[in-house]
Design a protein around this ligand. Sequence first.
Ligand code: NAP
Length: 332
Amino acid sequence: MNKQQILTKRPVGLPDATTWDLQEKPIPQISDGEVLIKIHYISLDPAMRGWMNDVKSYIEPVQVGDVMRAGTVGEVIESKNDKLPKGTFCSGWGGVQQYVVTNGKGWYSVDPKLAPLPMYIGTLGMPGMTAYFGLLEVGQPKAGETVVVSGAAGAVGSIVGQIAKIKGCKVIGIAGGKDKCDYLINELGFDAAIDYKEGNLNTELKQKCPNGVDVYFDNVGGVILDAVLTKINMKARIVICGAISQYNNTTAIKGPSNYLSLLVNRAKMEGMVVLDYASKYGEAAVEMAGWLQTGKLKSKEHVVDGIENFYDAFLKLFSGDKLGKLVLKVLD
Ligand code: NAP
């Protein structure tokens, strides 16, 4: 049998425990050209919240009654497809379930001997690609510049900050709590960190960015975006990657009120969607794997065990009760 988390309704605000229903269905038979994949790990992403809303976006919403969409990594256990033979480990949109049947479109093979499986849905997967292309192609940091990143102890933010350090920038991370801030400085080599839950964000930004901000990689939006906007330099680049502080709003999303700082500073604020860079994931992954191997880049995964615990794990994205990339372990 195949355990699946089915979307039961369109949530308003923070999803409650009845937003998904754990159901068991027989494992489907495969036809010619198809494979059966046993899912080992599921990626838990803030974007999942947006996929539940019935609105126009960069991807179709998940329909009520469907398996919840999610990135996954697993192993082919039956195959009628030459490109993905039995025993292949691969990553793709498997959904929040234990097994998936696919024709292999959009799936790519991964090597568990080169990196642990969860890393293929984290640093070497979608969040890592987001950090790489968002920072390097949209943010365009130059050595010596000041880069600020919010959501800094998360899957995307922790990689953004480390790549900015590799590129010779001064890096300031914004995260919730002293432990996360200590981790950014002591483990990941950030120059400074700001605990946005304590103290005064404006004062701290002024202290920690005496030369202003050249690149701001925004994962959270809201008041933090507004605060950083007041500190940007001439020709600054602001990467709009996400706005997690707004995802569970029950009223309209709050946009930045300090946006005229863009005018004064001839600065640029640009949105990015990682899927646009899919054709270049391979080359980015090779470079990131090199950095991982030489210790220039560190990857941290926070693993929650059991498909039954999907809801509790999902909430950690919004409570911040986790460090690094959040993944759900499904089957051994
Ligand atoms: P993550 O940072 O690993 O997890 C989310 C983190 O957000 C939490 O750990 C929490 O950390 C922080 N947070 C939650 N509520 C917050 C609030 N109200 N204000 C400030 N921080 C808050 O998630 P991720 O996967 O790396 O994603 C980060 C952002 O990138 C999200 O906005 C996501 O939607 C976006 N994203 C965009 C793309 C794209 O293509 N554009 C692709 C992937 C991800 P603290 O403890 O520090 O609060």
